[in-house]
Design a binder for this molecule. Structure first.
Ligand code: NDP
Length: 300
């Protein structure tokens, strides 16, 4: 069997198109423009690229983009004051504080100071609790993107055996909650899991969010399973020339694609969906703030 490739780039484009349509309708019918504020502290190169991409795609979707780039020496107090200001700003419907923050700032304190209704990353403790109890919440972007791809690929997820490898607060745990919400039977695996191979072999759905290059080989995959590879790992690529690198996932793509029914590539799978879902969450937050119907198909 050769797996169908789940094209995250194309799917993200479709989601961005839906968001842009929703934004255009909000403007035309209600005179409202959704706004996303992104706060970056310091000059981490990867974070700078993310923030730039987020800003560009926010504008392309027709939203307002507010970028706040703060010096690495910014105090926690000043950052909290900025969040407070953004919480109170009616033009801002979504707030994202780019992680990681410098060591002298308590990330949890900052994240939990964001108005939960504007917490488009879905990391605020209130949103975590709402998701965990099956209530309407803001859902973390990467797991939301994975859920959208799974629904698109499989239709109903009800009754499927799913394994999520990784139990982080930003990917693994919320992913498991979303799959449970769609009535999967969910196993969460982690570094202490005893029989990971056997656990993965039983799964109709495998979501790998570990951060270890190619750790899931094809012979762990149940024939026909749907594989979502969240991992982004940079490895040496001598075939591209000396000192060159390339990105690979947590799943050994070549061998897994021989067995799986469908699989996301890295790059071009989950990655592009994350920002698309950030835009979707901002539109959702704006609709909720204005007591308007939420966009269809863009939330959990
Ligand atoms: P974390 O490092 O926070 O979590 C990794 C998880 O993997 C932990 O729960 C850890 O278990 C588990 N783990 C580590 N080693 C093993 C092992 N040998 N067997 C089973 N489980 C193991 O990572 P994140 O969740 O933040 O990210 C995971 C990956 O996803 C990374 O590659 C990251 O770059 C990528 N990512 C991609 C995004 C995208 O947009 N596509 C967005 C976010 C992340 P334990 O808890 O026991 O230590």
């Amino acid at each position: 069997m050769t797996a169908r490739v789940i094209d995250g780039k194309a799917f993200a484009e479709k989601v961005r198109g839906q968001v842009a349509e929703g934004v255009a309708a909000l403007k035309a019918e209600h005179g409202i423009t959704p706004g996303l504020a992104v706060v970056l502290v310091g000059e981490d190169p990867a974070s700078q690229v993310y923030v730039r991409n987020k800003g560009r795609q926010t504008l392309e979707a027709g939203m307002q983009s507010f970028e706040h780039k703060l010096d690495v020496t910014t105090s926690e107090e000043d950052l909290l004051a900025l969040v407070e200001q953004l919480n109170a700003d009616p033009a801002v419907h979504g707030i994202l504080v780019q992680l990681p923050l410098p060591d002298h700032i308590d990330s949890d304190k900052v994240i939990n100071s964001i108005d939960p209704a504007k917490d488009v990353d879905g990391f605020h403790i209130s949103n975590v609790g709402l998701l965990g109890t099956g209530q309407k919440s803001m859902v973390p972007c990467t797991p939301l993107g994975c859920l959208m791809m799974l629904r698109e690929e499989l239709g109903s997820l009800s009754g499927k055996d799913a394994v999520v490898i990784g139990r982080s607060n930003i990917v693994g745990k919320p992913m498991a909650q979303l799959l449970l919400g769609d009535s999967c039977t969910v196993t969460i695996a982690h570094s202490r899991t005893k029989d990971l191979a056997g656990t993965v072999r039983r799964a109709d759905i495998v979501v790998a969010a570990v951060g270890r290059p190619n750790m899931v080989p094809g012979d762990w995959i149940k024939p026909g399973a749907t594989v979502i590879d969240v991992g982004i790992n940079r490895v040496d690529a001598p075939e591209k020339g000396e000192g060159k690198t390339r990105l690979v996932g947590d799943v050994d793509y070549a061998s897994a694609a021989e067995v799986a029914g469908a699989i996301t590539p890295v790059p071009g799978g989950v990655g592009p969906m994350t920002i698309a879902c950030l835009l979707a969450n901002t539109l959702t937050a704006c609709c909720r703030a204005n007591n308007l119907p939420e966009p269809q198909g863009l939330t959990a």
